[in-house]
Structures are given as structure tokens and as C-alpha cells.
Design a binder for this molecule. Structure first.
Ligand code: CA
Length: 480
């Protein structure tokens, strides 16, 4: 108790004396001994330092500062800092995505550009080839016309149809719109084989169109009517195209269903279905199918509920089931040229031309082995296998188009001339061909598709945006 009192007294004295320059304090300690204490205020310090050394205090201060800093970094400051980092990360990710997309699009465009350049190169090569061929043909002397029906031969006794010799002249000299005057006569006349000579002599033997018709049988074609226009395509995609009717339609589509494909473009995949001819004329499709693989050319056909077509950039034939809407069969047409190797005279990648007649499914094309001559193959409609083939001596690029009726192939001379002819027929029954001359009109000046349609027993055609048909007559079937 005494000690405590002494300390309080001492403290009071110290506070009281702190105002003075110096003070003296006297008191007893625990053992009772008297102590004198002389106190002088510090000239620089207002209070005494604590027991710890200045270094420790400095460290404490620095530690405190560090704690504040750490607190700012990891404590309250952590949330906004993390948000900034997150936003930065997202922005970086979005930029990376945009960059990836841009690179991908650039690669796609680059690929498309290269493809177009290849196509352009192919077209240039083809143009050059056609130019050389035209020059070569022009430089050749015109073939004599008089020997077609030599007056001194027994042929003279035969009854010519519409003046056989004048038809021959017409066949050989009629120019098409492109000025390729020699091409039309080139198909049958360029060959000097014995068969060719016989072929020329048969030019006058086309059956008469009147009084000898049999529209129910499978005689030879003797007459083609005026073009009847059903519809004009709505846009540029329809400059070329193909239209079809199934002669043996399959549900759910009715027997009158008409199908149409506009074939301009690199990704031709749309198949339009119309309930009948009237709806086609009005332009009201009731069905639009998107084909799984793009097609090429105007050579597609429809048979027994399937669309048959050539896959783009390939010799693959596809059978597409219209009801199930999937590919039912796919097979390569062996050795067939494609993508401009052996097209018809107008081009259009018409290398493979499919059609249907009374005898089934046909493919018209050419091969390297045939050296560009027309090859006819009958196909199995289910498997697309070739059942049998015939090789003609008609160069495919010398004719505008072909169609098959009753197993007989007919070639059209020009795709552009307003008045051209069907100038050749090849019969797969006899494996024989002959020149003929049946007038045929290209009303709109650029006929990209001509096929026999068994359902209507007419020719279907696509002439420069226009969907056209032609009536036809067949002669009596010859007994043989
Ligand atoms: Ca055709």
C-alpha cells in the first residue's frame, strides 16, 4: 500500500514538475532506504520511449504498413481487382473467338476462291479447245453433198421424205447461234468407217409422219411438235434446269406430281415439287426437298419414287428416295467423264444424262476409252449397277442434247438455233445407228435439257429460263 502511494505521489510530482526545468524527488523504497531522484525534462522529447527499442518500433510500423497493403490487396481490394481480372479475361476470350472466326472465314473464302479459279481455268481450257476445234473444222473442205442419194443407185427408187438430199444439206450446214456452222454436221459425218457410209445412205429412210403412226407402241420418232411453254423461271438460278414427272409415281406423291430443279450455282440441292402442271405453271410448289448431296448438270430424272442424279464433281450416281427423304443408293458410273470432261455442246457440266423410258433407267455419257463418243448404259434402278452398255460413234460434245424413247437414243443438233433438227438415232435393240432429220425448235435460244417423259409421252425441255414441252409422234413399230 505504501509503495502504491509512493508511486502515485511520485507520478504527481513528475507531472507537476514536468513544467519545470529540474526537480528533486525523495522517498523510501521497499526496504525502507531513502532514495533521491533528480529529474530533468528532455530538451527534444515530450514523452519517454517505451521499453522496446526504436528498431522494434520501426519494424512494427513497417509491419503495420505491410498489413495495410496486404489488406488492400487481398482484403477489401480483392473484389474489384478480381472483377477487373475477370473482365479482362472475358474480353481476351471474346477477342480470341473473333479472331478464330475471322481466320476460319478467311480460310473458307480462300478455298472458295481457289475452287473458282480452278473452274475458271477449266473453262479457259475448254474455250481454247473449242476454238481450236472450230478452226480445224473450218479449215476442212466441205463434204460433198451429192453422194448422199446417188442418182444412179437403187436408192433413187426409194421414196424420199421431205427431199432427202435437201435435208442432208440442211443437217450439215445449218449454223447454230454460236456460228459453229460445221459442228452440227460433224457428229455423224466425221467418221470414215464403213458403217458411216452406210449411215449416210440411210438418211432418207425416215418413216413418214402421216398415216403410219402408232402412239401406243414403241416405233421410231417421226415428228416433234411446237414448243409449249409452261413456266418461266423466277430468277437467274433458273436459266438452266431440269423438270420431271415420275411415270410410276409412289405415294405420298400423286401421279400428276411435277418436280423441278434450277441448276445454276455450285450448291444445287433444292428439289421443288408441284401437285400438277397447273401448280407448276402458277409457280406454287407444294413440296421443297433439300438434297443431302449437291447435284451437277441437268441430267437428273425421277422414277418409281426416287430422284436419280449425278453428285456434283464426281461420277457418283445417287438414288434419292422421295418419300423417305434419304439416299437409297449410291454408285459410281464406271469410267464416266464428269464436270466438263464430256459435256453436250453447250457445256453446263452435262457429262452424265439420266433418263427413263419404256425400258427403264438409262445413262448417257462418255469415257476416255470411248474418246468422247456417246456411251449408253442401262442401269438397275435399285442398285444403279450398269446392266449393259452400248458405244456409239457420235461424239457427245458435237450434239446439244439427247433423249431416249423405247430404247432408241436421239440426238439434237443445236441447243441455240431456233430451227434445228434431231439428227441421229441409235437403237439399242440392234446396236445400229443412223442419221435422221426431224425438225426441232429451240424457242428461247438456249436449251439446256431435253428428255423424253414417259408419264406424258412428251419431250420435256428447259430452254433459257423456260419450262417447255413438245408433243411427239412415233412411227409404227417395225417387225423384226
Ligand atoms: Ca437429256
Amino acid at each position: 500500500m505504501f509503495l502504491l502511494l509512493s508511486l502515485i505521489t511520485c507520478s504527481l510530482l513528475l507531472q507537476g514538475d514536468a513544467q519545470d526545468r529540474a526537480s528533486l524527488w525523495r522517498g523510501n523504497d521497499r526496504s525502507g532506504r531513502c532514495h533521491y531522484t533528480f529529474t530533468v525534462p528532455s530538451p527534444t522529447e515530450t514523452s519517454c520511449p517505451q521499453v522496446e527499442s526504436p528498431d522494434v518500433e520501426g519494424l512494427k510500423a513497417r509491419l503495420s504498413l505491410l498489413e495495410v497493403t496486404v489488406s488492400q490487396l487481398g482484403g477489401k481490394g480483392s473484389q474489384p481487382l478480381g472483377g477487373q481480372q475477370g473482365a479482362g479475361s472475358r474480353a481476351h476470350s471474346e477477342l480470341q473467338d473473333a479472331l478464330n472466326r475471322a481466320v476460319g472465314e478467311r480460310n473458307l473464302l480462300q478455298g472458295e476462291k481457289e475452287r473458282l479459279e480452278r473452274e475458271l481455268e477449266g473453262l479457259h481450257l475448254r474455250m481454247e479447245e473449242m476454238r481450236r476445234e472450230t478452226e480445224r473444222l473450218r479449215s476442212r473442205p466441205c463434204p460433198p453433198q451429192t453422194p448422199v442419194v446417188p442418182p444412179s443407185t437403187p436408192q433413187q427408187d426409194r421414196t424420199p421424205i421431205r427431199s432427202g438430199s435437201s435435208q442432208m444439206s440442211h443437217l450439215m450446214t445449218r449454223p447454230n447461234r454460236q456460228g459453229d456452222s460445221s459442228r452440227l454436221g460433224d457428229s455423224a459425218w466425221q467418221y470414215s468407217a464403213p458403217g458411216f457410209q452406210e449411215l449416210k445412205a440411210e438418211v432418207t429412210e425416215v418413216p413418214a409422219p402421216d398415216g403410219n403412226e402408232d402412239n401406243t407402241g414403241c416405233g421410231e420418232l417421226v415428228w416433234v411438235g411446237e414448243p409449249v411453254t409452261h413456266r418461266k423461271a423466277e430468277n437467274i438460278a433458273g436459266k438452266y434446269g431440269v423438270w420431271m414427272q415420275d411415270p410410276e409415281g409412289v405415294l405420298p406423291y400423286g401421279a400428276n406430281m411435277i418436280w423441278r430443279i434450277d441448276t445454276i450455282g455450285t450448291e444445287v440441292r433444292q428439289l421443288f415439287g408441284y401437285d400438277d402442271m397447273e401448280q407448276l405453271s402458277k409457280g406454287f410448289p407444294s413440296k421443297v426437298l433439300l438434297l443431302p448431296d449437291p447435284l451437277e448438270s441437268t441430267g437428273a430424272t425421277i422414277y418409281r419414287g426416287s430422284l436419280y442424279y449425278q453428285r456434283r464433281l464426281s461420277r457418283s450416281l445417287i438414288r434419292y428416295d422421295l418419300a423417305a427423304e434419304h439416299i437409297a443408293a449410291r454408285r459410281e458410273l464406271p469410267h464416266a467423264g464428269f464436270h466438263g470432261q464430256f459435256p453436250y455442246s453447250w457445256g453446263g457440266y452435262t457429262d452424265i444424262d439420266l433418263s427413263v423410258d419404256e425400258k427403264g433407267l438409262w445413262a448417257v455419257y462418255s469415257t476416255n476409252k470411248a474418246q468422247g463418243a456417246i456411251v449408253i448404259s442401262q442401269l438397275d434402278p435399285n442398285s444403279l449397277e450398269v446392266k449393259r452398255s452400248w458405244e456409239t460413234n457420235i461424239r457427245k460434245s458435237s450434239v446439244a442434247n439427247t433423249f431416249i424413247i423405247c430404247g432408241k437414243l436421239y440426238t439434237v443438233a443445236s441447243y441455240a438455233a431456233p430451227d434445228t433438227i434431231i439428227n441421229y438415232m441409235y437403237d439399242t435393240e440392234t446396236s445400229q445407228g443412223k442419221a435422221i432429220s426431224i425438225p426441232f425448235k429451240n424457242k428461247y435460244g438456249y436449251n439446256s435439257m431435253i428428255d423424253y417423259n414417259l408419264a406424258q409421252r412428251k419431250l420435256f425441255s428447259w430452254d433459257n429460263f423456260h419450262i417447255v414441252s413438245y408433243d411427239l409422234r412415233l412411227g409404227r413399230q417395225q417387225a423384226n
